[in-house]
Ligand binder design. Sequence first.
Ligand code: MG
Length: 373
Amino acid sequence: MSDLTLILLAAGNSTRFQTAVKKQWLRIDHDPLWLYVTNRITAMKNFSKVIIVAHPDEISFMSSMCDYAIVAGGETRQESLTNAMEYVNSPYVLVTDIARSCIPNELIERLIASKDIADCIVPSLPLSDTIVYVNTTIDRDQVKRIQTPQLSKTSVLKAALQTTLHYTDESSAIVAHGGTRYFIDGDESGHKITHTHDLSSLTCLKAPSNAIFTGNGFDVHGFEEGKPMVLGGVEIESPFGFLAHSDGDVAIHALIDALLGAACMGDIGMLFPDTDSTYKNADSKELLRQCVLKLHQFGFVILHADITIIAQTPKVASYKDAMRRILCQLLQIPLSRVNIKATTTEHLGFIGRKEGVGVLATASLHYFDWKNG
Ligand code: MG
């Protein structure tokens, strides 16, 4: 039985990372970065437990992709770490940041081999530039760049985190608490991804797969007298609208399901539950906007959408162009990649009896290509 727990911090907001995709969701072939790093470290060593700390909004999607324990992060790195430490009961804990994606296995081996030397074992690197503190040049040999992963004694780290002071790594909290720290040589390949330009130094990471993913969506809504009708984001002249918890835009609902299907992200009801009063009479365009934002954050780029509106009434032919123009803006793709078709059921069935409208949608996505921009 291993005496070591692995904690991977992946809850960051990527605020300094200037792309729509969050850095933990950059794809390495098919795996998001957080999963790639976790699989790589766990393949080299048997851990008693593996805990990934994630943004609360991302936990359900992450859990659908793996069997690792995923816990909610906090506002700061320290808060996230404190949350994860509640689940640690092994004598030692190895904490790393997902953004340090190319840490060599050999560095982790050296950390583990040094585990009894001090309360916290820390990789560090020297500085080669002249260092000025405020206005004074200081001896650079006395200055170190601190990296993660760091290996700590669990009991000491838990005690050190019982503080209102803020630290950016485990060793600083441990030393401030009276514990001991031992430095081992760090490794430049453990460089942290903070800005977009950091990606070019990560030669260990494979480019994302160029696969294309397709999803379908289907939705039906019955008519409701006196309600405005919104279909494909466009207001339609009609004596009735759609009976629904939201504005009932059945075309956008089918489209959201197609997008979520392509991303393997479940369905519209999981993203916007109709038991949630927030979505009462919701503007479906806003739901689509939120869906697109999430897809982008999770590393997807929308390629195209095709929608078939099945309606005996209203007649939608004259609205198709307006729908395409609104939807391409919401999807943030060129007009040439949105198609709308309209058909009837030749008076058959509930649609033919003019009781409601059905919509089929197809959408395709690919991964954001962070290697080639
Ligand atoms: Mg619906």
